[in-house]
Design a protein. Structure first.
Length: 309
């Protein structure tokens, strides 16, 4: 159990270690572990620093296993994402993540629900133990065990928009791994956020430009780290900026966003940054105060987790 006064960094480290130990046990037995129990284990291992509410089995059967994850900071700002769990699969000839399950219907439902709720559609990719991966997808110049980078990657987040782009080019696994963000790094103040480069930088409003260029904290830092992963993929796409803006509602922190698709099939600025809010929705506060979450939310997701950041 995580002490109540532990930092979110310690909590997410413990959650990753618990997930890794679970995977290692099944791998040693030659058996298979599954996504839903790992999600439950990750959240339970981080409790009470991370607070969560799961809904009934009947609702889970209806909605699937997508969870709302909200990152809430001391200022009250929040960043929301809709998270679907996937596992890295290995066969003798290739790696797979199963983004196209049910002919892509599951992926499309994740994206649509995320957009309806104005949160970033994301995947939690469970990559198995670093020993099982044997250095595959290691981000270090030379892989040697024990590799902290590989261990951290056991539980990683991937923006759904990059996997949609990759599906059209049959490179989903490699793109997803390139765009992945270890869960443990999100709350780590020592984790480095790569410089953001985007073809629209010269057209940004000053407050958005500051968000892109300057170090951030709290919910803004989480959003910045996720957005950097998307722009990393966008930088390799050969299309220029649009020079036009799409105005958002009053709730997001950034209201005027570039109307840019790149080579994606959706606008990537609002897909990620609509989830960055001046305050969390009321249903997040319901979770924090042990109140019942409204049916309109419970009917669409398997649960809600609230992370301090």
């Amino acid at each position: 159990m995580i002490p109540a006064d532990a930092s979110v960094t310690e909590a997410l480290h413990a959650a990753r270690v618990a997930a890794e130990d679970h995977m290692a046990t099944f791998e040693a037995a030659g058996d298979t572990w599954y996504e839903v129990p790992v999600t439950q284990l990750v959240l339970a291992a981080a409790f009470p620093v991370v607070k969560f509410a799961s809904f009934t089995q009947h609702q889970e059967a209806t909605t699937g296993s997508d969870w709302l994850w909200w990152w809430l900071d001391e200022s009250g700002e929040a960043f929301g994402m809709l998270v679907q769990a996937k596992r890295l699969l290995r066969s003798p000839s290739k790696w797979d993540i199963g983004f196209n399950f049910n002919e892509g219907a599951q992926r499309r439902a994740l994206v649509q629900t995320g957009l309806d709720l104005f949160v970033a559609p994301m995947y939690a990719v469970y990559e198995g133990t670093s020993e099982w991966r044997a250095g595959a997808f290691c981000r270090q110049p030379t892989h040697t065990e024990p590799c902290e980078s590989c261990h951290r990657a056991t539980v990683s987040l991937v923006p759904a928009i990059v996997t949609d782009f990759a599906a059209a080019h049959d490179v989903q696994v490699s793109i997803a791994m390139e765009a992945s963000l270890p869960l443990e790094s999100i709350a780590d103040p020592e984790a480095i956020v790569d410089n953001i480069w985007d073809s629209n930088l010269k057209d940004l409003d000053p407050d958005l430009a500051e968000f892109m260029f300057e170090p951030q904290s709290g919910a803004r830092r989480v959003a910045q780290m996720v957005f950097e992963r998307v722009t990393k993929i966008r930088a390799g796409q050969f299309s220029g900026p649009t020079g036009t803006k799409v105005e958002r509602g009053a709730e997001p922190i950034f209201r005027n966003l570039p109307d840019d698709f790149g080579h994606f099939n959706r606008r990537y600025y609002p897909e990620i940054l609509d989830g960055l809010r001046t305050e969390a929705p009321d249903y997040v506060l319901d979770v924090l105060t042990d109140q019942e979450v409204p049916e309109k939310i419970r009917s669409r997701v398997a649960g809600i987790a609230v992370f301090s950041c």
